[in-house]
Design a protein around this ligand. Sequence first.
Ligand SMILES: C[S@@+](CC[C@H](N)C(=O)[O-])C[C@H]1O[C@@H](n2cnc3c(N)ncnc32)[C@H](O)[C@@H]1O
Length: 370
Amino acid sequence: MPPAPCSRLTATAAASAIDALLCYCRQGFEPELAGELTERAAQAGFVGYARAERNTGHVLFVCDEADALSHALPWSTLIFARQKLRLFADLTDLDPRDRIAPMLAALPADVRFGDLVMEHPDTDEGKPMAGPARSLGNALRPVLRKADALTKEANPRLQRLHVCLLEGNRALLATSEPEDSSPFPLGIPRLRTHADAPSRSAMKLEEALLVLLDERERTALLRDGQRAADLGAAPGGWTWVLARHGLRVQSVDNGPLRQNVLDTGLVEHLRADGFSWQPQQPLDWMVCDMVEQPRRVAERMATWLREGWCRHTIFNLKLPMKKRWQETQLCLDLFAQQSEKPLTIRAKQLYHDREEITVCATAFSSRSPR
Ligand SMILES: C[S@@+](CC[C@H](N)C(=O)[O-])C[C@H]1O[C@@H](n2cnc3c(N)ncnc32)[C@H](O)[C@@H]1O
């Protein structure tokens, strides 16, 4: 349920009610997220406008029908949004000695939240707000509980309340629906770093499996004995992740793989060109992290699905410096058209992605569990 109108909102200079979506993104990708929200909102028939400031790590999309718009743009379908929230108040000129009273006043009436999420922009300027946000949360939580605005224990079925501390004297108040938002604060999954992972890239694939598949899909689609190819595999981070799930992997790269990856006994290293190599029998998975022009990668990935060489794929598209939203659309359109099959396509710029996005696609077939 979206929040009720802010009937507790008092007309003070410090509080302005606002109907908007608040989305977090990678710092520097605000124009891409603004472009995506603007275009997707227009396609869905909504009137509104994006408010984006470069390097702030977030974008507002202001719309009188923000609740309906939020339903029309599910979080899982937004590529550049790490998180999607429903913004209802922008509190400015907060007195650091009492930031809680204006927050209480701005809360919607008669709503009990299932959790309180304290946040700050994931930017160079925003990171110093992490400590103050935590302290404010520790003070705010008991006050909300006393006011019956927050459950005693976290309740994952109820809306969450998000407080994003932009500066010491400015906070955004927003809500999220558990089934239509990232479950992680700031939309950033905290993954364990493994000392034996051959590369930092391993975390990209781990995050992709966590964010782009749900639990049922992970169990059904990543099983012992399944077969995969990893194109552009060296030094072996993605191969290592797949092998840890019990998959047998053909790892294609002229570069060397780490010995601990080969020692799994599940990996065959093939020194070949990832753009021309093809498997001798259909595989369950193909993953690809080759650094190449995104259109070329999108076309090659489409060939794999069209020819039935794999059923599922996860690949990265490295984005150019300019017109990144346009290039993203172009590549995804190209990929969908050239695969010539009904596909489920999910794409996101993950936290561990840099100037790139990650795409997960599955071709439907009579054998497909999805
Ligand atoms: C970003 S690295 C991959 C890192 C890897 N995913 C990991 O987790 O360790 C990109 C790799 O793609 C390989 N590559 C680039 N073009 C290729 C091609 N045409 N065929 C095979 N490998 C290629 C490079 O040799 C490089 O090792």
